[in-house]
Design a protein around this ligand. Sequence first.
Ligand SMILES: [Zn+2]
Length: 329
Amino acid sequence: MLSSGRKFAGSDFGFRCRRRTVIAAMAALVLLPSESGAAGWLLDIFKGPSKQGKSPAHVASRKPAISAKRAAAPKPHTVRLAALGPANLNFLKPAASMCDPSKFRIVLDVGHTAESEGATSARNVPEFTFNLRLAQRIEEKLKAEGFAETMLLLTEGKARPSLAKRVAAANHLGANLFLSIHHDSVPNSLLEDWEFEGKKGHFSDRFSGYSVFVSRNNPDFKTSLLFAELIGKAMKAQGLQYAQQYTQAIMGRYQHPLLNKETGVYSYDQLVVLRSTRMPAVLLEAGSIINRDEELKMDSPERRNITGNAVAAAAKEFCGPQEAFLGPL
Ligand SMILES: [Zn+2]
């Protein structure tokens, strides 16, 4: 349930300033039926309601986010990314971008909400739990690298209205970069049944790996892609492999174009949080929690450290060219 009495307004976010955590707790603009189970997975994003008539976890709207417009505010710490030059997709050369980490505001969006928790892992743990723990670790890593303005964005409410809230919050906060944190699953048709600790569950060990998404409709697609590439490269440098199934026919309507076969960056053009944000935006699927082996890895502090290090390294590289960062290709 959404808290009552909160009216939608540009400044009506619940800020936890001391912890740099922001809770987008605005009243929902639209109330939708709740989702359940694996239907909340990223790839159910806005292709319309599923066969069962449940609402998708992420919903693309062809309309501009009204809430984002209303919530727009001056950007006190905005770095002019337009001045950074074109995205450098050739990683044999150092990136051309320069920014001051101490003033560069990265908003870490915790995917899904406590009410609408996204996918369910093979061992029946909500995706939201994984997302929150990992985002917190990434926040720590970024701050340790000097990104003092990093903010964690926690959103409340049901899946669909939470999307506009995320966009509005990122725009309102004057984020220089928006990074949404998720964990992956598979289409329902690929799920298999099993029991874990006496409880029925679903799994698929068929696929694993991270993946990075950008929208070609983002107003700064080039910078979005640049940062996505840096994350993919950094993940690869940590010994991780990306999920390759998104180009396969078996994914059906969940197929996505692979923009870089080296880094695992895909396009997801209609994803609201990637296309409606006014700043460069990237979504990281850190790994699969429906794969039984990978779920155990994603549940470990070691993997959270690895992923956090990768994101922090990508951010450092983004703000200041460091040729040695990724090493030889
Ligand atoms: Zn998700």
